[in-house]
Design a protein around this ligand. Structure first.
Ligand code: SOE
Length: 385
């Protein structure tokens, strides 16, 4: 087994999900020829106490408060970027120039222009890379794609995606600091479009192919918030909510909706595809199921009318994606396993297995759709991707 030394750039929520994956991956995917070693983690000097606790909790050998130094170390193999969005570009480019393998959290970049520069640097360096759109690695979402790829939906007509949360409804929620940097446009780039809809767009393009054009409406419900770090009232410019219509290259049409003001919804994510021969539905609040409506087999043979109906498939059999690596059929896995699965796919990719996606090119595609959505809302017109 070859060791792979990891340098983690960030020590927040995503730092935890990624660190757990490095610690767990060899337990569940023992055939992979790599053993990740949590070598060093980075946090800002002002977050030193958090960084020390993070190191202790996940078992990093060392800490670093200057990320340039961490990237420059000759003993680091993988640079894992889980810092706030505005840092992704610099970190990814510097890591590529240093010849490191790169794993980067979504949204990949703040804009298409940034993403293009990052792709160019990664291409030039020829380093292995993956962008973390973790929900693809939910076994039920993977089965959703498999069912579509097997031709069981037939000609697709409608793609429908929701991604709803409600944690910013109160005026008292500040902008900036800890996880609330997501409300600060300078740090996050966009609001729900980059933070939430990027997941929905990635899944949609993976399952249903490229989006051709979009028409969007965004809204900011609370226009001013206190900045958590300075205490000053600051204007809010990120999109609190976003809805858009999409036309896919395969001729189907889609609707996407996202909000942080959907009272009662915490991390509510659904996707549905309706086609000529069938339909598939996924809801993250029932993460181990897909629902499948069978109207006709891929051959065109119609199901007898009295036997048609929605089937709720429990995706825990060892024949289902990823599940043979876990427990016995009928037992569940959770959110953290999506990160373990994606890391396993990345490690399989660098050891001669199937090429790992989403890579920086797929992430650039998502960025193009996100930028087009924001532009469409601003200009109040359809935008071609
Ligand atoms: C925001 O609240 C957030 O943490 C996103 O940044 C993640 O990408 C999403 O999966 C869960 O919600």
């Amino acid at each position: 087994m070859k060791t792979l030394n990891v340098g983690m750039l960030g020590c927040g929520f995503m730092g935890r999900t990624h660190s757990n994956a490095y610690n767990q991956v060899a337990h569940f995917f023992p055939d992979l020829p790599f053993k990740p070693v949590l070598k060093c983690c980075y946090g800002r000097p002002e977050d030193l106490e958090t960084l020390k606790k993070f190191r202790q909790a996940w078992g990093y050998e060392e800490i670093e408060t200057d990320w340039h130094k961490l990237i420059a170390r000759s003993d680091i193999d993988i640079v894992d970027v889980v810092a706030p969005n505005f840092l992704h570009k610099e970190m990814v480019i510097e890591a590529a120039n240093a010849g490191k393998m790169i794993i980067c959290e979504k949204p990949f970049a703040m804009s298409v222009a940034e993403a293009e520069e990052m792709v160019e640097a990664v291409e030039k360096a020829g380093v292995a890379n993956m962008v973390s759109f973790c929900y693809r690695r939910n076994p039920a979402v993977s089965l959703f794609k498999q069912v579509v790829d097997e031709g069981r939906i037939g000609r697709p007509f409608h793609y429908r995606a929701l991604y709803l949360q409600d944690y910013t409804i109160s005026q008292k929620v500040p902008a900036g600091g800890a996880s609330l940097w997501r409300l600060d446009a300078k740090v996050a780039g966009s609001g729900v479009t980059g933070d939430l809809l990027a997941h929905s767009i990635d899944a949609a393009e993976w399952i249903n192919g490229p989006i051709k054009r979009v028409c969007a409406k965004t809204e900011i419900f609370i226009k001013e918030r206190k900045n958590a770090e300075t205490g000053e009232m600051v204007p809010i410019t990120i999109d609190d909510a976003c809805m858009f219509l999409a036309v896919f290259e395969n001729g189907s049409i889609g609707t996407f909706e996202s909000s942080r003001y959907a009272r009662g919804r915490k991390n509510f994510q659904t996707m549905e595809l309706n086609g000529e021969k069938g339909a598939v539905y996924f809801n993250l609040e029932e993460p181990e199921y897909i629902q499948f409506f069978r109207y006709a087999d891929p051959s065109g043979q119609k199901i007898e009318d009295h036997l048609t109906g929605w089937q709720k498939i429990l995706v825990t059999n060892s024949e289902h994606p990823y599940m043979s690596h876990y427990w016995v059929p009928g037992t569940m896995i959770g959110y953290e396993h999506y990160f373990i699965n994606q890391l396993a796919d990345f490690l399989a990719g660098i050891s001669g297995g199937p090429e790992c996606h989403p890579d920086v090119h797929d992430a650039l595609r998502v960025q193009k759709v996100c930028d087009a959505v924001i532009r469409s809302a601003k200009e109040e017109k359809w935008i071609e991707i």
